[in-house]
Design a protein around this ligand. Structure first.
Ligand code: GLN
Length: 536
């Protein structure tokens, strides 16, 4: 029988519910439990696919092509198991399902209401992943902060769910903040008390409190929180600020969060968690033998969350190479032919990021020209790969007007053009080419050497592609298309031979990089950048 853990947040947003959920899941997984994590977001968008990265950070794409919250990336990076459409549900999707059923006449003349119809639909979705016996434990993270108007139906659904399943089968972990008042020299528990009081007003007694804090909380504070919030003292868990998110599972282990959870759920503790390979990764992460700077050229660089998976993939690849990768962000909108040298010199590698629209496009082209001409390792992802194709067309093949039709629909040389099946698309939401597609790698290519095989599958999110009318010209001109979709001939990887590392991928390798399985393209790009640094 599947057991359920809900993770709610209080006091303020950005306390790291996603990391706590992922860390707890990691510990339970390391004890031998089959665990998954899902996230319920209170906003009305059907999914974050139509949101600007400045609004919401990166849009994470799953194997089955769902556009989801970036926390799902953390779940996959920690657990090394794929998530799916069912792992991320928004208020918008809940209402859409209910309204569609209303139009079908499924409610037989009843008035359709938040309680019970919306809350029933939320509970139905809470249960979906637990239904087929695939998981022992399903962790559900409730987005937003308890007390927000928009998350009320989720909180009420949790209350009902807990009542229906019983207190040994569904528990609530509430994440709060214990602020430190420097003037008083004290940690303050009152916001936590108030936050729990609010949960109690909604009929939920939290089982465990995870207290985010900058300073250790002593036994007296734990006792105080336990007494006033009505929980056991061992259910007050300290979550101290960590230097890396990858420390959090070990911090939670020290606090015995996993044991407390298992006791509440009446599950055996089984074995001590096997975290050998996790610790091994942390050892390499914290004891680098070298340090390099890699440039990340993009137009959303002011918000690092916009490139979350890329930044984490560098952490994994850096640890693998025992090399600290300092990612230097560069606003592509500010790059010109005149200042490119100044902004890019000193870097050992440059990654040109995915993106949409015209802003910053020409700056990305400049960055690529610079690294191509100066033999600096280059890695282009999605739009970054498309830019590499445009740059090569313009500056090597003599196609001065080479462009993507996304930037100039009238260009004389549309070397990147809209995919045929995208031309009639009217709606923006969920209509890109999304999720996992197969790719064949050319034997003898750099890509095949990096992957160590010739059949791969990677995740996508795009509307434009390499225009195969130019295939011959590019091949003859020295840019090889080393990865192709075997079913439709779509170019997936381009590379240059006479360059230490020049690879562009139409897909998003960063989405599949995990602690247990750093992505080979990132690992090799970092290795090439390290080699460049050593040679210099
Ligand atoms: N804008 C480009 C396209 O739609 C690239 C998308 C991306 O980088 N994810 O094809």
């Amino acid at each position: 029988m599947t057991k359920y853990i809900f993770v709610t947040g209080g006091v303020t947003s950005s306390l790291g519910k996603g990391i706590i959920s992922a860390s707890l899941a990691k510990l339970l997984q390391a004890r031998g439990y089959r665990v998954t994590i899902q996230k319920f977001d209170p906003y009305i968008n059907i999914d974050p696919g139509t949101l600007n990265p400045y609004e919401h950070g990166e849009c994470y794409v799953t194997e089955d092509g769902a556009e989801t919250d970036l926390d799902l990336g953390h779940y996959e990076r920690f657990l090394n198991t794929p998530t799916s459409q069912s792992n991320n549900i928004t208020t918008g999707r809940i209402y859409q399902n209910v309204i569609n059923r209303e139009r079908e006449g499924a409610f037989l003349g009843k008035t359709v209401q938040v309680v019970p119809h919306i809350t029933d639909e939320i509970k139905r979705n809470f249960r979906i992943l637990g239904e087929n016996g695939q998981y022992d434990i399903v962790i559900t993270e409730i987005g937003g902060t308890v007390g927000d108007i928009e998350s009320l139906p989720f909180v009420e659904a949790v209350r009902q769910f807990k009542w229906e399943e019983g207190s040994n089968n569904a528990i609530v972990i509430h994440l709060t903040l214990i602020p430190y008042l420097a003037a008083a020299g004290e940690l303050k528990t009152k916001p936590t008390q108030h936050s729990v009081k609010m949960l109690l007003e909604y009929g939920i007694q939290p089982d465990i409190l995870v207290c985010r804090t900058e300073h250790h909380i002593n036994q007296d504070i734990r006792k105080k929180i336990a007494l006033f919030c009505n929980v056991n003292i061992n259910a007050v868990v300290e979550s101290i600020d960590a230097s890396t998110i990858y420390d959090v599972p070990l911090l939670m282990l020290k606090e015995q969060l996993d044991k407390t959870v298992l006791a509440k759920l009446k599950l055996p503790t089984k074995n001590e968690p096997n975290l050998d390979s996790w610790k091994n990764f942390l050892g390499r992460l914290k004891n680098p033998t070298a340090e390099i700077q890699i440039g990340l050229v993009g137009k959303y660089v002011e918000l690092p969350d916009a490139y979350k998976s890329i930044i984490e993939a560098f952490v994994h690849a850096g640890a693998k190479n025992e090399c600290k990768v300092k990612v230097v962000t560069i606003q592509s909108g500010n790059l010109t032919p005149e200042n490119a040298i100044d902004k890019l010199k000193g870097l050992c590698g440059v990654l040109v990021a995915p993106g949409f629209g015209e802003r910053g496009f020409e700056g990305k082209i400049e960055a690529i020209r610079y690294v191509r001409e100066n033999n600096i390792p280059f890695f282009g992802i999605c739009l970054g790969m498309q830019c590499a194709v445009v740059e090569y067309g313009r500056n090597v093949l003599g196609l001065a007007e080479a462009n993507s039709t996304e930037m100039n629909p009238q260009t004389a040389h549309p070397v990147i053009s809209m995919m045929e099946d995208q031309k009639d698309v009217k709606n923006m939401g969920g209509t890109m080419r999304l999720g996992a597609y197969a790719c064949d790698l050319k034997a003898g290519s750099k890509a095949a050497a990096i992957y160590g095989k010739t059949h791969i599958s990677e995740r996508h999110r795009h509307r434009y592609e390499f225009n195969n009318a130019y295939l011959k010209q590019y091949k003859e001109g020295g840019m090889s298309t080393s990865g192709m979709n075997p079913d439709n001939g779509l170019v997936e990887i381009v590379e240059l031979k006479n360059h230490p590392f020049f690879v562009g991928a139409q897909f998003h390798p960063e989405l599949k990089s995990t602690v247990a399985d750093p992505h080979p393209l990132f690992v090799n790009f970092v290795a090439a950048s390290l080699a460049y640094a050593r040679k210099k």
